[in-house]
Structure formats: C-alpha cells, structure tokens
Design a protein around this ligand. Sequence first.
Ligand code: ARG
Length: 561
Amino acid sequence: MDYKKIISETINIEGVSQEEIISSITLPKDLSLGDFALPCFKFAKALHKAPNMIAEDLAKLDYKGAFEKVEAVNGYLNFKVDKKAQAKQILDEVIEKGAEYGKSNIGAGKTICIDFSSVNIAKPFHMGHMLNTSIGSALYKIYKELGYNAVGINHLGDWGTQFGKLIVAYKKWGNKEDIEARGVRGLLDIYVKFHKEAEVHPELEDEARHWFKNIEDGNKEALDLFYWFKDITLKEVDKIYKRLDVTFDSYAGESFYNDKMDAVVEELEQKKLLTDSEGAKVVMFEDDKMPPCIIKKSDGATLYATRDLAAAFYRKKTYNFDKCLYVVAYQQNLHFKQWFKVVEMMGYDWAKDLYHVAHGMVSLENGALSTRGGNVVFLEDVLNTCVEKAKKVIEEKNPNLENKDEVAEQVGVGAVIFAMLYNSRIKDITFSEDKVLSFEGETGPYVQYTYARCNSLLEKCGDVEGDIDFEGINNDAAAEVIRTISKYQDTLMEAAERFEPYLVTRFVVELAQGFNKFYFDCNIANAEQGIKNARLLLTKAVKQVLQNALKLLGIQTPKKM
Ligand code: ARG
C-alpha cells in the first residue's frame, strides 16, 4: 500500500501540489506518534488558518480506510497505519509473487554493461578477484531483477609481454603433463622461475620479447601455446564460477581488441589529441592535472588504456549501453579517470555514462597476498578450506544430516561470498576463515541458518490452514519484520543506483535478526490455530524473501543445516 500516495490524494489544498505533500511527509522516529507525519505549518499561509486548526480539519477526512488512526497534534497530522491490514497486504503479496517478489520492470529498455571479474590468463584466481567477482555478479543479478538488460563482460587479461615470458619458460623448463595436471599452479611455477633466472640471465628478457612478437605476428607455435595457456586457465576459472553461481554474456578480453585499436589511434590523431613524447604517443590533459595517458609506446606497442578505449567504443556500438560499469579495485583509479577523460575529449557525451565502480583490497588475516614471489593464496584453496571447516561443524552439530557434503559446500562458499559483500565496496577487507564461518554474528552461516530454521518450522507445523488471525502478528517483533520486508524492493533499487550490493546483504541480516527475535518472542508451534497461522504466514514470507535476496548475492539456501 502506498500510504504517502493515499495521503496526498486525499488532501486538497489550493496551490499545493501532490508532490509537495508527499515530500513533506516524514517518518517519525518515535513510532508511538504514528507511522507518518505531515507538518501543517506550510499550509497556514495558503489557508489563512493556524496550523493546529488545519491539522484538525485534515484529520476528519476519509483516508480510504488505510489508517487505524489519524490525529492532530501540535500542528502535525499523525497517521497510524492499520498494522493488521498492512501485514496482511504485504504478506499476501510475498506469498502470491513467490520467487518474483522484489522483481520490477523499472529498467525495461535500458542496457547496463558490467565489466567484472576480468581475470588474467595464466595467473592465479586469488582473493582480490573474489571481491571483484562477487560485487560484479551481485550487481549483474540485481540489475536483471529490476528489469534492466544487463550484459556481464569478463574482460580477460589475455594480452601482454608476460605471455612471451611464459613461452620461454615453458620451452626451457615446462612439463606438459605437470601443467595439464596442475593447471595454473604449474604455469605459475615456471613463471616464477623465469623471473628468478632472468635476474642472472637478462638475455631471457630478449627471448621473451621475441616470443611475444611471434604471438603478435601470428606464428603458429607461439599461438598454439598461447591458446593452450588460455584454455587451461579458463577451464579452472569456470569451475570456480560454477561454485560461485557466476555467469557472463561475453568473454571478450584484451586480445579481442587487437584489430580494433588502429581506428582509435587514427581518430585520436585526426582530432589532434595525440602528442609525441620521446617517441611515444600520449594524450595530455589540461593544466597537467593528470599524468598523460599513453596510447602507444615508442616501439609501437599498445597499452592497457588503448585496449580499454577500443573496448568502450566496441561496447557502445554493440550494446548501445545506458551505463557501462567497470568493477575494478581502486588501485586503478587513475587509469579509469585518464581514459574516461580521453573519451570526453574526443567529443563523446556518453563518456558520462562510464563508471569506475571501485572496490577495496583483500588481505588474509594470516599472511599477505603477493603474486610476484609466488606466495599467492589461490581462491580455490580458501574455498576448499572453508568448505572443510563447514563440514566439521556439521559433523559436530548435525551428524545425521543427509547431504552433508552438498550443505558444506553451500555454507563454506556462501560464507566467503557473504564476507565479500558485507561492507561498502570501497572498504579493504581482512579475511579470516574462522570469522566468516561463525554461526553467530552477521555472517553467511547465520542467515543460512535462519533460512533453515524457517524451513524446519514450516515442515514441523505444516502449512497455513484455515482462518488466519492477524492478531497473532500484531506485536512489535512481527511489525519490525514486516517493515523490513516492505523495504526489499527499495533496497534493490538503491543498491543498483549506488552500485552497492552490500545494502542487500545488510537487508538480509536485518531480516534474519528480526525474524529470530520474533521467533524467540512468539510461540509458534503451540499457539492457537488462527494465531499460529498468522505466525506461519510470516515465517513463510521471511523464508521466501531471504531466498530471493540471497540468490541475488550468489548465496545458496540449504533447507537443513
Ligand atoms: N585484468 C585486470 C586486472 O586483473 C582488470 C581488468 C578490468 N577491466 C578493464 N576493462 N580494465 O587488474
């Protein structure tokens, strides 16, 4: 029920628009005053009357039976919602819509490209990419839920001199069977070895450059190896995406733009935006506010920024996006600022539709993450450890659970995703396996457990049958839960608007906490049938909304834990 709308439609004051009335309505902090309040001071001039008299007159109007009480107090008009009617209306809607509850078509006809995860070929999928992948995928799903045409793009890091190094390393020290068996770990070993050896034998760097040139020139041996590395990496990464419930619409990575950069460079040239700088071609910025954006190196090689420019033009042409988001760590702030500005300088007004959705860094509680020396923490290992730990807890608490392995996977992986999406994206995260797996506090297992609790309750008590006495949920704890449920769709919209999936995570926590308070306050199983029905209805609705919201975050909902 849109209470504000009902109020604005009922009150008719000359010279005061409905919008003005809606925007004047406040939500009192002290709920004993009412659920909505309208200050009448503003209308005194138009009506030539004292505010409290106006409030008294307006209190007599008929507000379509939406309110239990409408009262004039000190120049304010206070509205008290009919709690039982409101509860019925909201819960009925959740049950009727089921998995569709929260969906909207507000985004119909609008396209949002989301560049996320964007892992690097032949490099480990580590915790930093986990944060990125979780945020991007949640945004992707939230946008879809709101009816947008969301396009998920994995802008693979599949170009660069490191592939030349890898070929040299493979030809010197590589072992095919080992790499086929150990995948990226095998590739990482020889890559690390290359760096060590190159310190003593700098000529290796020349060889690497030579082999990279071979890739660029389309030499068959070089390309075969390059595609093999790519294949191995993608197979591994796809396994992880499956576990995280992440999908993409495009895997067009950096190499995809090899033949699309000349056009960009030419256009920059034509628009007189390129400056020569010691043989390199760069775009300079006004007042030198930013360092120049390098477009081409002196040896003719293109750069990360050149590829991003080519990719942006390609995306605009292919998808005609309304917005294009880049979910990438804040370390790359300057990079995005620079090339977004270049698009603007080229005269494209859609430069304003490019957004760097920056996020923080992840470190592990015990031990730093670094790629160079080879002491990286593979995401796969973190996920596996969390799943094992979840399994142990299940063995202890619920040894007779049927599908223990499946549930352990859902809890372990869910815990990691939840931890990634718990805070505003810009915050750095210190990750602790034990903390994220705790069943107490604001964690994945806690909300999953609440879901399972709803489920067991419904299994034990059976479905709602017969008359529902809404008096059963006419109390503060239930009202709080219903109030939370009613905020669900607004939460999704705000999350989409601010690119902040954590708002959905916090919503889930609020709902779970509210439900648990209700569960401990109100007897459900032994209540009289009508009352019990109302409480079961609420339980059913909570279960549904938890599921809908968790799904958007990529978190599974085991029925039993
Ligand atoms: N592969 C890059 C990295 O891991 C991220 C790419 C982000 N996307 C982009 N269009 N630049 O740092």
